[in-house]
Write a protein that binds this ligand. Sequence first.
Ligand code: EPZ
Length: 435
Amino acid sequence: MKNSEEMFLVEGLGGEKKLNGTISISGSKNTFLPLAASSLLFEGEVRLKNIPEISDLLGMFSMLQGLGAEIAHHTLHEVTLSTDGVKSSLLSPEIAKKMRGSVLLSGPTLARLGLVSFPHPGGCVIGERPIDLFLSGFEKMGAEVELSNEIYTVTAERGRLRGAEIFFPIQSVTGTETFLMAGVLAEGTTIIKNAALEPEIESLANFLVKGGAKISGIGTTTLMIEGRKELLSLSEEYEVIPDRIEAGSMVILGALCGDNLEITNLIPKHIESLLNALLRSGVEFEKGERSIIFRENGKRKNESFHGVNIRTHEYPGFPTDLQAPMVVFLSQVSGESLVFETIFEGRLGYAEDIIRMGANIKVWDAHRATVKGPSILHGRRLESPDLRAGLAFIIAALVSSGESTIENIHYIDRGYEKIEERLARLGAKIKRVRN
Ligand code: EPZ
């Protein structure tokens, strides 16, 4: 794992569009995490490919190992997991407190063992991250929830969850994934209403179906899972889908700094809301089946693009995880844009730093900001506040003139594989150095 004392040193391009070549998008962190967690529902080995080499992956492996799972084989981008030896029902409090994705283990552990204990999950600080929907859902499935010494213990009645109807008042990505997994081994049918629609969920559902689960309504807001007693099993490998947030961030970088730049191994449909916003802004690109290409983009000045209003929304709306990179984009184009963050209430904090770099951004409240462009950004010392804003800082540093340092890069390492090496191959002047 990369060291938290390391930082990135970035030499800005001063607004010039010089990045060129090809960058291939890694497997999706937020797909890998539920797939790995769902290995608890399988007997025998589960093989995943196109996994991203990121630090959250190691956190998930350690937690699974803590439960008794074996990471049988782990090579670059491929892993074989076996949960046949799982006995413990305690999710490592040390790791879970640092990783929100740990909550994904609660459902399958409870479904498999009838019992799970975990602390309130931590992770990136992007606002309140309650787990009320998880706890009330478990109760609906006949489990009892106790909180003692800051550890939740959830116990299924007679050792097995029962199917239930779960209506989500708010669409929740990991919430939907959790009950999808919990329902697989429950007694009877589980119905999830107002389920989230993110591609990660569809991918997880397809994986479970491949292993023998009976799930209908995949890709819709109502999912029906027919529970079974036997564990699932799967002999073939399953491929993690490309990371749509990394893809979207690279597309934004391409629009701002790329010339003859090709972003490959992405699924354009998964970033349609972003591509639509960029088109409205006047950006031109070529869309392939699995690629986005910026050809002769260097001839277009960023100030010839214009502002667009952005409202973050559940999929297929504009992803909250692309809000920060998009604000950097909007700071470079002409006119005023309103950015409305509807999902989280702590996700505009990073804007202060972009303002200090020279951007004209007014943050009105926890949810709204206006961005007036174009502004010339100047390199400076930055501290990454979370994973997604961390990558936005790299984009801002590359667009600006002068040198920037980005600290707290352990956040960036959580979700982006060797990002500095991949960007350097495009011509970016970015290095990892010790603080
Ligand atoms: C997932 O988080 C992602 N994480 C996040 O990515 C992403 O930002 C988020 O979805 C929104 O797209 C993973 O997939 C591991 P939610 P999740 O439950 O599932 C409220 C990253 O950097 N809510 O869909 O935790 C919640 O506060 C991360 O990779 C409750 O009120 O998000 C929010 O307002 C950051 N009670 C809304 O639902 C609950 O019990 C949607 O959040 C659960 C959630």
